[in-house]
Write a protein that binds this ligand. Sequence first.
Ligand code: CTP
Ligand code: MG
Length: 254
Amino acid sequence: MSRSVFAVVTAAGSGSRLGHDMPKALVQLAGVPLVRRAVDGIRDAGADGVVVTAPPSHLSEFEKMFVAEPEVAVVPGGSIRQDSVYNGLLEIPRLAKQIGKELDDRTPVLIHDAARCLTPERAIRDVIEALEGGLRAVIPVVPVTDTQKVVEPVPASSKIEKVIGQVDRAQLRGVQTPQGFHWETAMRAHEAGRELLAKGVELTDDAGLVEALGEDVHVTPGSALSMKITTKLDLIVAGAILARPDQYQSLLDE
Ligand code: CTP
Ligand code: MG
């Protein structure tokens, strides 16, 4: 019998850069809210139970969306993403019990942004398979296409910065979600992350918390379709992709 898989879908952000009058995860893409797409995507790829982190101000709307699905739990998020993920992780043992699925130290747990709602099943399954193969922390990545420079501020200007170096683009990767961890690793990294936060150290992704423990993180191929919907342009691009099934398919096949 294959192992259970759990997921936390982070959807508690406000979407300030998108600029809608509702939380970003409730914004519709081709008639379907981003969070609905993300939860369906991760369940289709193999997650048995999903915890959604919702903005406390809109908890009941999220609860209503998933009321008919016992495999989906909704919890209030925190003020930063790391807090939201932690709240989501804490709910997993209860959800596992409720749906009768096993949870042990090596159970794969995926942490996925609702904003990456077009992530293809292949990219998610690659992470799950790597975790089932024994790796404890696995993240999907894509090559970086722009040349990358290191800059520093020019004191006289708020606009102009000065180049002080270049990094080798071939070594760089853009990081996506779902980031996957064995359950024990996810919890231990996030417990340590709370101590880092208390010291004023904030890391921008979950794998960073594992790296801070000095433990290995491995990468699998991400996808152009896993782009994070952040700005108005991103939402327009995502809508255009869905409106052209042939082009959508060609991106899926990449
Ligand atoms: N998120 C969360 N809890 C927070 C902040 C963010 O669960 N306190 C989630 C978002 O809902 C999103 C994911 O983390 O799915 C990635 O964050 P981001 O793309 O930055 O979304 P927002 O924070 O909503 O957007 P913005 O930064 O533009 O306000
Ligand atoms: Mg944000």
